[in-house]
Write a protein that binds this ligand. Sequence first.
Ligand SMILES: [Zn+2]
Length: 340
Amino acid sequence: MVQAAFTLGGELIEPGTRRQVDLPAAKLYTHAPLHIPVEIVHGRQPGPILLVCGAIHGDELNGVEIVRRLLKLPALSRLRGTLIAVPVVNVFGFVQQSRYLPDRRDLNRCFPGSESGSLGSRIAALLREELVDRATHIIDLHTGAIHRTNLPQIRSQLRRNAETQAMAEAFGVPVILNAELREGSLREYAQNRGVPVLTYEAGEALRFDEWAIAPGVRGIRRVMRLIGMLPADGRRRTPPAAEVANGSSWARAPIDGILRPRARLGARVAKGEVLGVVADPFGHDEAQVVASADGIVIGMSNLPLANEGEALFHVARYEEIDEVESAVESFQSRFDTPGA
Ligand SMILES: [Zn+2]
C-alpha cells in the first residue's frame, strides 16, 4: 500500500519524495518576506508523521545542527511514514541571535495562537495548522538559556501516555525529567491533543555542543526505529532504561557577586555539599552555594557573575542514584561531555 500525497504550504508532496517548502511566516518591517524552511521526507509506505523542530527559541542552535544531520541519514531512503523537519522555527529570533520574537514574546508560550493575533500568535497558528496538527509524534529540540548549559536530557509528561514514556526511554540519554506542561507551549498544545511529545534539552544557547548534538541525532533515530519509521537494527543494543528523576531544584546564589563553581555538569552531589562560592571581587565577602538535596547536576550556569537568587546549579533527585551516576559517567565519557 502506498500512502497518499498531501499538501503543505500550498505544495503537493507525493509519496516517495522529498521536498523543501518555505512557509511564509511574516514580513520584516521593510516588507522583505521571512520564511520558515521546512523539509518533508514523505515515505512511500504509510507510517507515523514525525515533526522534529529546532530553535523555537531562536538562540538555541544545537537543534539546528541535529536536524541537518538527521536529514543526511541514508536510512531515510527506507522511511515509513513522514518526517517533517524544521531546523529553525523562530526565524525572527534566529537572525537576531535571540530567544524571543521582535516584540520580546516567547514563541513557545503563544500556542495555540490565532490568525488575527500579534506576530507570535500568528506564527503559532501557522505552525499549528501546517505542521503540529498533522503530526502523530513530535520531538522539540532545545538547549539551556543563554550562559546556561544542560546535560542532555529528555523532558516530558511521562505518566499520561505510555508511548511518550517508551519514546523517552528509547531516546537513550541518561536523564529523563517528568516535566509539567508550560502554558502556551508547543508541548502543552500537542500533548493535550494526545500527541506524544519529547523535549530534548542539551547544551547551551548560541553554541554548537558536539556532546549535545551527536546524542540528539542518535536519540531521534532510536525513536524512529521504535515507532516503526526506520527498520529495526538487530545489531544495535537497546539502551538500558534511564531512571526518571523524582524532581529537580535549582541551587541559587546566596549573595550578589562572582561565582567560582566547584561542582561540574553531571556530578553526583550530596545534600549540604558546596557547589560553588559567590564572592565580591576581593573575596572578602563570600557565601557558599549549597545543594539542598542529594542528586545529579543536570544544568548549570557558565557565567561567573551572579545576582542574589539567581539559579546556578540544577540538581535532579533520584530513587536509584547509584545507577544514574554510572549511566551519566558512561554517557559523558562516550560523548566527551565537559566535566567528564
Ligand atoms: Zn528552549
